[in-house]
Design a protein around this ligand. Structure first.
Ligand SMILES: [Zn+2]
Length: 251
């Protein structure tokens, strides 16, 4: 059990072993040239600053690299969003999380139905015996095409309201998925988001949804510790780098 950087973590009365020197980054970057695309949102743009004699590009003689970046967090890479995505009141992701280390359960679901239902989740996640606070959902088949997939206009899978109600019933506060959205591409009501965040009467403002992750096939279904740290932007959603650490229950 000796590793370079290991830890025993006591979580809700159970001891877990984990190796902090074995991080698994499940983010998709907001790429310079290639990124996924959803909802027809514009691709990220990187521009070296030009101001007077200053050029923000060392390759072109500048003293340093300094770029303006334009992107939409919802369209082109891994992002974490909060209830502010669907509220009239401004709620920012920047200071939302009071905690950023969670026990998470990774599950995989086949893409042979048009949506994810409670039944499809129950078949692979019958109960939440370990009290995971986060659920990571990977759609099968899984491959690296997800790193650059064009979802716009393709009606990707979505979370049926029965699935979201089931997730709520398990006490899950953080959903992570490789899909571009919890919701159907053309659902103007964002039914799944609203059901998860508790619209209109049971708002839970500490929940998050992270979309467009990529979990490689080498990472098996099971329990992980999740470090979730969206970038500090004063808006509803921000680029995010979720990192997993395998969690093994110590008998
Ligand atoms: Zn989003």
């Amino acid at each position: 059990m000796k590793t370079d950087l290991s830890a025993e973590i006591l979580y809700k009365g159970q001891y877990f072993f984990t190796e902090l020197n074995n991080p698994i980054d499940i983010s998709i970057p907001f790429g310079r040239t290639e990124s996924p695309n959803a909802f027809y949102l514009g691709s990220p743009k990187y521009h070296a600053v030009e101001a007077g004699s200053f050029t923000g590009d060392v390759r072109r003689g500048g003293s340093c690299n300094c770029e303006d970046i334009t992107f939409n967090p919802h369209g082109s890479g891994t992002h974490t969003e909060c209830a502010g995505h669907i509220t009239g009141e401004r709620i920012y992701i920047s200071k939302l999380l009071k905690q950023n280390f969670f026990l998470a359960r990774l599950i995989s679901v086949d893409s042979n139905a048009e949506s994810i239902t409670a039944d499809s989740l129950k078949s692979v996640f019958a109960d939440n015996a370990n009290h995971a606070q986060a659920l990571i959902l990977r759609i099968l088949p899984n491959n690296e095409s997800k790193l650059q997939r064009i979802y716009s206009g393709t009606s990707p899978m979505w979370f049926d309201v029965s699935a979201v109600n089931y997730i709520n019933s398990l006490g899950i506060d953080h959903i992570l998925t490789d899909l571009p959205s919890l919701d159907k591409e053309d659902d103007p009501d964002l039914t799944a988001h609203k059901t998860f965040f508790g619209h209109p009467e049971k708002w839970n403002l500490e929940k998050t949804v992270t979309e467009m992750v990529y979990v490689p096939d080498t990472v098996s279904d099971g329990l992980y510790f999740l470090s979730l740290q969206p970038a500090s932007f004063e808006t509803d959603a921000a680029p995010s780098t979720p990192v997993l650490y395998p969690a093994r229950l110590i008998a």
